[in-house]
Write a protein that binds this ligand. Structure first.
Ligand SMILES: C[S@@+](CC[C@H](N)C(=O)[O-])C[C@H]1O[C@@H](n2cnc3c(N)ncnc32)[C@H](O)[C@@H]1O
Length: 371
């Protein structure tokens, strides 16, 4: 059998509403914009595909191991707060499946993951099957799943996942900013989420905090900010350090995070994100910078215990290494958000989905989607 490739979707202009924004201040043609956007998406995909799975020893030796653990804690808290047993989950930009165990602990009923990077989806597949993590061989996951490889900010996912929808939760962790290259992509991303969530369903995510990045940039002498674990560099076109709210898309910078990321990213002004999401019936429940998030949820004993187990702040014993000041500053670059799809849930909507899921995924089971 050939590896699955989706028949349809060449993406059309995403709905709804005419734009309130100047889509391209330089007045480039739509063709050029599409082409550049694809190149950027490919660059991001190649970057993540190249990143191989680390062994447990390599992971523990990472200069940002505590930051990684802190980010895992934040994602675990979000999942524990919003996932319910038997939920159907859509994980946009799922990467190597680093959240599979978190979803398993929440006892979800169905998981669909999609990522643009072929290498990451392959790692996710082997991890789901229990073939990865030789050090940590684990029992099989208890939910059926389905994996897709494609650009989830470009294709009409609602058509591709029609039989699987509606989902109770959509998650997009550390990736939503890759949709902010153009207004069309940002809209497609939100249109996909909205079309696939049931009324009352939630959209949870994490992404860079544009307010923090821009504040730091303005405080810096040049166009670069950073410390020993990260740097962010803006191009000369941003030397005035002013960002017009009428052109909120395509504001690019290069992000380097030691042992993790090295690729172009895009500013997401949260107020624009929030009002665009509202156009797609997604209402803000909360947004919190990671520092605020940690302070707030570390007041709850169950999450303190989870933090201790994950070891982001050390395990509480003396001489135990902990998050460095530079890692804590890098954590400040991110925020978490929760949006809810307008409307009331209808219990009957739970029927008829998940039949595409499997308990073991072969290479042929991965659906490759062309833009
Ligand atoms: C920082 S990683 C996060 C992975 C995962 N969500 C996690 O938290 O472990 C960002 C991921 O976004 C994916 N990505 C970037 N642009 C994408 C796109 N247009 N469509 C699907 N995935 C995308 C990358 O391939 C990468 O796996």
């Amino acid at each position: 059998m050939k590896r699955g490739r989706s028949e349809s979707p060449s993406s059309s202009a995403p709905p709804p509403s005419s734009s309130r924004f100047k889509s391209n201040p330089e007045g480039d043609s739509q063709f050029l914009e599409d082409d550049t956007t694809r190149n950027f998406a490919r660059k991001v995909a190649d970057h993540y595909s190249r990143r191989t799975n680390q062994t447990l020893e390599e992971r523990e030796a990472s200069p940002i191991i505590h930051l990684k653990k802190l980010n895992n804690w934040i994602k675990s808290v979000l999942i524990q707060l919003y996932a319910r047993p038997d939920d159907a989950v859509l994980d946009l930009a799922c990467g190597k499946g680093g959240d599979l165990i978190k979803w398993d602990k929440a006892r979800i009923g169905y998981y669909v993951g999609i990522d643009i990077a072929e290498g990451s989806i392959e790692d996710c597949r082997t991890r789901y099957n229990g073939d990865a993590d030789h050090h940590q061989r684990r029992k099989k996951f208890s939910f059926p799943s389905r994996l897709l490889c494609g650009d989830c900010f470009e294709v009409e996912l609602d058509k591709i996942l029609e039989e699987d929808a509606p989902f109770d939760i959509c998650s997009c962790q550390f990736a939503m900013h890759y949709s902010w290259t153009t207004e069309a992509r940002a809209r497609r991303a939100l249109a996909n989420v909205s079309a696939l969530l049931r009324p009352g369903g939630v959209f949870i995510g994490t992404m860079p905090d544009a307010n923090v990045i821009i504040k730091k940039l303005r405080e810096a002498e040049g166009l670069e900010i950073g410390n020993s674990v990260y740097w962010i560099r803006f191009g000369e076109e941003h030397s005035h350090k002013k960002f017009k709210s009428s052109s909120p898309f395509g504001i690019e910078y290069v992000f380097h995070l030691e042992d993790a990321v090295d690729c172009p990213e895009w500013i997401v002004p949260f107020n624009i994100f929030k009002s665009l999401a509202e156009e797609y019936d997604l209402e803000l429940v909360f947004v919190k910078n990671s520092h605020e998030f940690v302070h707030e949820y570390m007041k709850k004993p169950e999450f303190v215990e989870l933090m201790r187990r994950l070891g982001a702040l050390g395990d509480g014993s003396q001489d135990q290494s902990t998050l460095s000041a530079d890692e804590w500053e890098a954590a400040y670059l991110y925020l978490s958000f929760v949006l809810r799809k307008r409307g009331e849930s209808d219990g009957a909507q739970r029927r008829g989905r998940r039949k595409n899921g499997k308990m073991n995924l072969s290479k042929d089971d991965v659906l490759y989607i062309d833009n």
